[in-house]
Design a protein around this ligand. Structure first.
Ligand SMILES: [Zn+2]
Length: 241
């Protein structure tokens, strides 16, 4: 949690912020190459989120461990919470997880994360301030050998208010290729956090997916953060009118 007392309504969430594995997990049987790849984390997502913390004066909640251990954007009963395969990589350490191990990982990573989100939202609600939840992700430019043209995905589930406003604002320029529910959408199971914390609490909510080659260095991260600061500011202002 960063900047919990922030004045902005924006609550940034980063489920795939880190590629760190808890020491006792070892390497999960993965190569060093796989352990630093996009299957372990969303490269650049935390860096851009932390720039938005400053530019928007917003709060941020992020997971400190790799999604290879537990993917916090998935419920405990989903196989994808502890995936045995991710894109082209098999994850030996996730191939045959016992029920006890699943429970231990859920309690160690998912429960504290989701409780932190619930607690933050409940506290804000109690003070009459509904957060606008923005989950921050990055995606790989080449997936299963195919290049992706979309640069920024604006994803939503049933409540598209904030996504609609952002897409309208993005449509005023051609700076980035911004698309709705690409390269993933609700059918891919990626809207778990949006549903559990956003829709159930009536919050404005959106998931932002950035193609990770655009935020691979500090300059790219700053340019992207500036762009998203403008887009979010304009969209939230339009919705509050
Ligand atoms: Zn992600």
């Amino acid at each position: 949690m960063e900047n919990a007392e922030a004045p902005s309504p924006v609550l940034l969430v980063c489920e795939h912020a880190s590629r760190r594995l808890p020491e006792k997990m070892g390497s999960l049987g993965l190569s060093p190459e796989a352990l630093v790849s996009h299957i372990a984390w969303d490269p650049g997502a935390l860096a851009v989120s932390q720039l938005l913390v400053k530019s928007l004066d917003a709060a941020l909640i992020y997971q400190r461990f790799s999604r290879l251990v537990y993917d916090c954007n998935r419920p405990p009963d989903a196989e994808a919470a502890m995936p045995p395969v991710s894109e082209v990589f098999e994850i030996p350490g996730n191939a045959a997880i016992s029920a006890a191990e699943r429970l231990a990982r859920t309690e160690a990573l998912y429960v504290p994360f989701t409780d932190a989100l619930s607690g933050f939202i409940a506290t804000r609600k109690a003070h009459g301030r509904l957060p606008a939840m923005v989950t921050m992700h990055t995606f790989t430019p080449i997936y299963h050998g195919r290049k992706r043209d979309v640069e920024i995905g604006i994803l939503h589930d049933e409540d598209s208010r904030l996504a609609d406003a952002m897409l309208a604002a993005a449509g005023k320029t051609t700076r980035y290729a911004v698309r709705r529910n690409e390269p993933y959408g609700p059918a891919d199971g990626v809207t778990h956090t949006l549903i559990k914390h956003g829709l159930k609490n009536g919050l404005l909510n959106v998931m932002i997916e950035i193609r990770n080659d655009l935020v691979s260095d500090e300059i790219g991260q700053r340019v992207m953060a500036d762009y998203l600061t403008g887009l979010l500011g304009e969209s939230l202002a339009a919705l509050s009118q």
